[in-house]
Write a protein that binds this ligand. Structure first.
Ligand code: MSP
Length: 633
């Protein structure tokens, strides 16, 4: 019998930056689903890749003096490392600079053109070269781009448009007829509201060199979003391998972050409708990982490096933490402390101890052979395992990973209580060997089923522990079968016992000026230690506040203009709840002058004003009057 197919994708990642744990999150979730579906017997196609075209990439390459292709080739290696270090089992990796992608993009565009949905016209308005975006008068703020803060140019361009407005009604009808098309449900409402407000035709050409040229046009390439979305087709052979494409399309599940909903839930289906390609079955918009309430992103400067995490905690612990702590679909907070708590208490204590304890007793009392459960009248663990698998598989199918894991943890806790209640050591002492055999069999069998269920989430540790139980690798067995009680044959020889998890401490130890997180000792704080050379990189100067005004839309931000001697700088400072503009103007403060500019609430912040405290805030000021621009050391 041929297997049913399951095709899952992640967004393709921008090649103009290296990964952070926020975008690695989508990939980890996709991997858990892909592994689960494979275990359930599906023929899975899991696609991920890179979004490599556009002005930003071209500029980054230029500023490094290398060709865009060389630039993206280097970044692609970093993503490949992420995939390998996090045990990601993607089947395909598509890069938009590949010839196979270009062929498919041109094929789709041709279909849209043949339909009469692409037309040429004049674009008249503002253009931000950096963001590659056309803007209306209302969007432009003080002559600057609302996204990157750079000046916009007046543009009157010959351009190509996609007749997206034509798909307003068909999209709404499709949404009504397919209630699971966009998930979670509240995101469907968001998409519907947006379409109901009216769709405009979309300019799909850009005067950018690094991209796929519009056929017959030397000067224009295809807008990066149109180019990038088509990866979901080209990654499985659209335009190059019809058989593969026919096998896997339509996509069963596109996973994406909520920030890219409009592109995926409106533009993408409209493009497919235009090209007469069937629509994907479902798009799931997940939330953001936040740090202290703020979205993790490069521009905010609060990104967490996924390589640091995997080096320190291992892929399994990070995967488990993200799936267990964040309710999928909603925003979640990332905290290293919570990751450690999950690692130590859930993985090392609850799960690790259950397996280790039961196998140690098996070695001690039965020479390392799984005993025979002859006397088992007690089927409480069997019943709980069956009940758990039903809940687990239902939750996994619904992408409610947290609930699936919680159900498994209830079973783990039941098994641990079962050991404490039955006291195998006393059974041994009292010579109740048959009962001892039954109790140990039940606990180890329950552990085996638990590990099969956790395989998609913690693949490496689950595999290692199953091997200790003596379970041979059986990739062709379906999870449903593997999770059936009684699958562990008595007499199986158990393997060597090695702990699968290591307890971690968030400790920083000063040792000859070096940060040695792994060492035990005096707890300092949860920050990396820097050297004097690191500190010297920060340029602190005396500045004087010239003006301060609230940042529209924010509760606590001021846009502050600071004179630092050589120039006037703008800084966004979170002090509005603590100071009034009058308090600030004329104050001499300490200013970080060489911070990379970042856009905060649409305002480009070009440095930072130092302040102490969180609830009560105090600016760092001078106790003697010094000229602006004086160095602070
Ligand atoms: N290149 C586009 C996608 C094109 S798909 C046709 C893009 N790339 S991205 O690298 O910026 O983001 C990729 C994914 O990472 C998105 O799903 C995005 O939502 C996700 N995340 C980026 N920051 C995130 C968090 N802080 N938290 C969770 N996911 C986040 O968008």
């Amino acid at each position: 019998m041929t297997k049913s197919k399951f095709y899952i994708t992640t967004p393709i990642y921008y090649a103009n930056s290296v990964p952070h744990i926020g975008n690695a999150y989508t990939t980890i979730v996709a991997d858990v689903v892909a592994r689960y579906k494979r275990a359930m017997g599906y023929d899975v196609m899991f696609l991920t890749g890179m979004d490599e075209h556009g002005q930003k990439v071209q500029s980054s390459a230029q500023s490094r003096g290398i060709a865009p292709q060389q630039y993206v080739d280097e970044i692609a290696k970093v993503w490949a490392r992420l995939i390998s270090e996090y045990d990601i089992t993607s089947d395909e990796f598509i890069r938009t600079s590949e010839p196979r992608h270009k062929r498919g993009v041109l094929k789709l565009l041709e279909r849209m053109m043949n339909k009469g949905d692409v037309y040429e016209g004049e674009y008249e308005g503002w253009y931000c070269r950096f963001e590659e975006n056309f803007l209306t008068d209302l969007q432009v703020v003080d002559g600057k781009c609302p996204d990157c803060g750079r000046p916009v140019e007046r543009s009157s361009e010959h351009a190509f448009f996609f007749a997206m407005s034509k798909y307003e009604k068909p999209l709404l009808e499709y949404f009504d007829a397919h209630p699971n098309f966009i998930r979670p449900n509240f995101r469907m409402n968001e998409a519907r509201r947006f379409v109901e407000q009216g769709l405009k035709d979309l300019c799909i050409s850009r005067p950018v060199e690094w991209g796929i040229h519009i056929p017959g046009s030397e000067d224009y390439t295809i807008y990066v979003w149109v180019d990038a979305l088509i990866n979901y087709l080209t990654g499985i052979g659209f335009g190059t391998d019809d058989e593969k494409f026919e096998r896997f399309w339509p996509c069963d599940l596109h996973l994406l972050g909520k920030d890219i909903l409009k592109f995926h839930c409106i533009l993408w289906p409209a493009m497919l409708m235009s090209a007469d390609v069937p629509l994907p079955k479902s798009l799931y918009n997940h939330g953001w990982l936040r740090i202290s309430g703020e979205k993790m992103s490069k521009s905010v400067g609060n990104v967490v490096d996924p390589f640091y995490l995997v080096d320190n905690y291992g892929a399994d612990a990070v995967r488990y933490f993200l799936l267990r702590d964040v309710k999928f679909g909603q925003d979640g907070n990332f905290s290293e402390e919570n990751l450690i708590v999950r690692n130590n208490s859930d993985l090392a204590n609850d799960l690790g101890n259950l397996v280790h304890r039961s196998l140690s007793m098996c070695i001690k009392y039965f020479d390392g052979e799984i005993p025979s459960p002859v006397a088992s009248a007690d089927d409480s663990l069997r019943l709980k395992s069956e009940e758990t698998f039903a809940v687990y598989s239902r939750c996994m199918d619904d992408l409610d990973f947290r609930a699936a894991i919680e159900a498994v943890w209830e079973l783990i806790s039941k098994a641990n209580t079962y050991i404490a209640f039955n006291k195998p050591w006393e059974l041994k002492k009292n010579g109740q060997i048959e009962k001892l055999a039954a109790v140990l069999y039940n606990v180890i069998e329950c552990g085996r089923i638990i590990l099969h269920m956790l395989g998609p989430v913690i693949p490496s540790a689950a595999g290692k522990m199953l091997k200790q139980i003596g379970v041979p690798e059986s990739p062709d067995e379906k999870l449903e079968r593997l999770a059936k009680w009684g699958g562990l044959p008595s007499g199986t020889k158990i393997g060597d016992l090695v702990p699968a998890f290591e307890k971690k401490q968030l400790e920083v130890v000063l040792n000859e000026g070096k940060d040695e997180r792994q060492q035990k000792g005096v707890k300092v704080e949860s920050m990396p230690i820097i050297t004097i050379d690191d500190f010297a990189k920060v340029q602190l100067v005396v500045g004087e506040v010239r003006s301060a005004e609230p940042v529209p839309g924010s509760k606590n931000l001021f846009k502050v203009s600071v004179d630092i001697g050589s120039e006037l700088r703008t800084a966004v400072a979170g002090i509005k709840e603590h100071y009034s503009p009058e308090d600030l103007v004329g104050k001499k403060i300490v200013f970080v002058a060489n911070l990379a500019p970042a856009k905060i609430y649409g305002v480009l912040s070009e440095g930072m004003i130092l302040a102490a405290g969180t609830n009560a805030v105090s600016l760092i000021t001078l106790d003697r009057d010094l000229p602006v621009g004086s160095k602070v050391r």
